[in-house]
Ligand binder design. Structure first.
Ligand code: ADE
Ligand code: ZN
Length: 341
């Protein structure tokens, strides 16, 4: 078995993937035609997924949202991305979605969440993959809208929706604006995560841990600018969900070996690897692992650690985590023994 086959076959937990970033370009085009939504000009559907910066990328996100309207549309996009993930042996995913984006595009929260649950159930039936949902705050919107989003979640409880997150562009929208939404979610028993220090100083990581009460950090690359915070998160065992391919443009152009993920790993920070917005960045759950192996010196043992860190950082209950750790480690070791030297 070669390295690519090995990295595809190993069992995976996925904690950092966005629903809207997971839609195949072809599906966006079909759904836009179905609902009469005008998309930017393209020759091939994949042309829609090219952008020079995060703002243009997010603009495409919002464009796609206009094409996702009915419960069946939400079911379809969830089913398609989970089926693809299952082909890479992703067994459990905590997938984020942005309720306010879909509501602004004209779908009700109930249509959105129940459609996603339909897709999750169908993917479990057909491929055995499990998925839970994280409702993400769009940090470019107001703190009041984030509070309203949490109220909507609480008025429409679904057992699949287990927590809240925070995404969109960080540089001008610091985390402290959202303390109230996070406090409400925590009091209601929702689990907490947030994108921080993807595109802003490392102090946002401390705000996210200390003020918002986050249990893990999504991205977090600017941590390498503060040795004190690096030491703190390492010593506290905070799990970081890192996505090399989707953040390539920020850090290295063509030279992936400069990505801070490498230094974070070498320093001993607990991290796991995921694929963020797979079709929108021409990646998939295996390709992000391959990049780590080929450009950042990840060894077989590093991948084993990442796998176990993903389980630790998940919002599963402890007994489920224990069983999963044992099963995954056994499978991983059997595959590693077949890896050609
Ligand atoms: N999707 C929404 N916000 C994102 C972000 N900040 N990075 C990557 N994908 C995103
Ligand atoms: Zn992300």
């Amino acid at each position: 078995m070669n390295t690519h086959e090995f990295l595809k076959a190993i069992p995976k937990v996925s904690l950092h993937v966005h629903l809207m970033g997971s839609i195949q370009a072809r599906t966006v085009v079909e759904l836009a035609a179905k609902h009469g939504v005008k998309l930017p000009d393209f020759n091939e559907p994949e042309d829609l997924y090219q952008y020079p910066d995060i703002y243009k990328f997010l603009h495409m996100y919002d464009n796609s949202a206009l094409a996702i309207q009915g419960r069946d549309d939400f079911a379809r996009i969830a089913y398609e991305t989970l089926s693809e993930a299952a082909a890479h042996n992703v067994r459990y995913r905590e997938m984020s979605f942005n309720p306010t984006t879909h509501m602004a595009a004209g779908a009700s929260y109930q249509t959105c969440v129940d459609g996603l649950i339909d897709g999750i159930n169908a993917a479990r039936n057909d491929h055995g993959i499990e998925c839970r949902l994280i409702a993400a705050v769009n940090r470019m919107e107001s703190p009041e809208l984030a509070v309203a989003m949490v109220e909507t979640l609480l008025e429409n409880p679904r057992e699949e929706v287990i927590g809240i997150g925070m995404d969109y562009a960080e540089a001008e929208f610091p985390p402290e604006r959202f303390w109230k939404a996070y406090r409400m979610a925590e009091q209601a028993g929702l689990r907490l995560t947030a994108h921080q220090s993807e595109d802003a100083p490392p102090r946002n990581i401390e705000t996210c841990l200390d003020l918002l009460g986050c249990e893990r950090v999504d991205h977090g690359y600017h941590v390498v600018e503060s040795e004190a915070i690096m030491r703190r998160v390492r010593d506290e065992g905070v799990v970081f969900t890192c996505t090399p391919v989707s953040t390539a443009w920020v850090y290295f152009g063509e030279d992936l070996s400069n990505h801070p993920i490498r230094m974070m790993k070498e320093f001993g920070i607990k991290l796991m690897i995921d694929c963020d917005d797979p079709p929108m960045f021409q990646t998939d759950p295996t390709k992000d692992y391959i990049v780590c192996a080929e450009h950042m010196g990840f060894s077989t043992e590093d991948f084993r650690n990442c796998m176990l860190n993903g389980i630790d950082g998940s919002f599963l209950d402890e007994p489920t985590k224990r069983t999963m750790r044992r099963q995954f480690a056994t499978e991983f070791d059997a595959l590693a023994s077949q890896l050609s030297k």
